[in-house]
Ligand binder design. Structure first.
Ligand SMILES: NC(=O)c1ccc[n+]([C@@H]2O[C@H](COP(=O)([O-])OP(=O)(O)OC[C@H]3O[C@@H](n4cnc5c(N)ncnc54)[C@H](OP(=O)(O)O)[C@@H]3O)[C@@H](O)[C@H]2O)c1
Length: 244
């Protein structure tokens, strides 16, 4: 019988790193990580983990990474965390005003936050569908909630997360018919200390800037308690439903 294995994709994310450490130290599960930058995974904690490095997130690179998993020892993947997220980089800053909307930035954000997670989902589902329960967690954000948008701004990031949510809704309907062993969770971690949130941390109320370790342990509890109900759940770090 193969070992229950956790797969973490976009594993160089700060939250992903805490998920990875807790997987090997606390959860006693085998671990596979996929990232463009594997340096964090050179430490002894991950000696027994499989580290897959890819150059980019083009679909052919994604297929190649999944083929590497398939070619290895028999693996029973029970949890998948898809952690990609782009809010800012040298070329992209979240828009404060409509006039800051820019085609290239929008394409880059949509590509990282929406297209890349969907390509993983598309190519993983045929491999993961079967008898064994498998939970797939896609990192979203509360700002992707259309009904919760009270202050505007952040056009591209909001839209990319809302689009991801819609795609996950459609996928859940299809999987409820064709892959009943798969549960989808669209997850909002709360504001977490990471490179992504760094420039926006100064207005975060006291006690509301979470550590990556706190968010990871919350998420593991949520995943453990989630049921194979044929739905996608849009949940925050407390396990509370977020309105779509
Ligand atoms: N931190 C927060 O306050 C916060 C709040 C709400 C939602 N979130 C969401 O939580 C998730 C994890 O966030 P984090 O704070 O841990 O992020 P982070 O530390 O900044 O890590 C960013 C992640 O995104 C990937 N990435 C960056 N640029 C990319 C691109 N152009 N194409 C594809 N992937 C790209 C990286 O992949 P590699 O591993 O290959 O480098 C890495 O996995 C994201 O979806 C984020 O939107 C975070």
């Amino acid at each position: 019988m193969a070992n229950p294995t956790t797969l973490i994709i976009g594993a160089n994310s700060e939250i992903a790193k805490a998920l990875a450490l807790q997987t090997v130290h606390d959860n006693n599960k085998a671990l596979i990580v996929i990232t463009r930058d594997p340096s964090f995974y050179q430490q002894p904690s991950f000696t027994d983990s499989k580290v897959i490095t890819l150059a980019d997130y083009q679909e052919h690179s994604i297929i190649e990474a999944i083929d590497t998993i398939k070619a290895g020892a028999e693996t029973l993947i029970t949890n998948v965390f898809i952690c990609h997220g782009l809010l800012h980089n040298q070329r992209v800053m979240p828009e404060k005003r409509l006039q800051a909307f820019n085609v290239d930035s929008f394409n880059e954000v949509i590509n990282a936050n929406t297209i890349t997670p969907m390509l993983w989902l598309k190519n993983l589902v045929p491999y993961l569908s079967g008898k064994q329960a498998c939970k797939i967690i896609i990192f979203s954000a509360r700002v992707g909630s259309i009904s919760d948008n009270k202050i505007g701004g952040w056009y591209s990031y909001r839209a990319s997360k809302a689009a991801t949510n819609m795609l996950l809704k459609s996928a859940a309907i299809e999987l409820a018919r064709s892959a009943k062993n798969i549960k989808l969770i669209s997850f909002h971690p709360g504001t977490t200390d990471s490179p992504l949130s760094k420039p926006f941390q100064k207005n975060v109320p006291e006690g509301k800037l979470f550590t990556r370790e706190f968010v990871a342990s919350q998420l593991f509890k949520i995943v453990e308690e989630s049921q194979l109900d044929g739905q996608v759940s849009f949940l925050d770090w407390q396990g509370k439903e977020i309105p779509w």
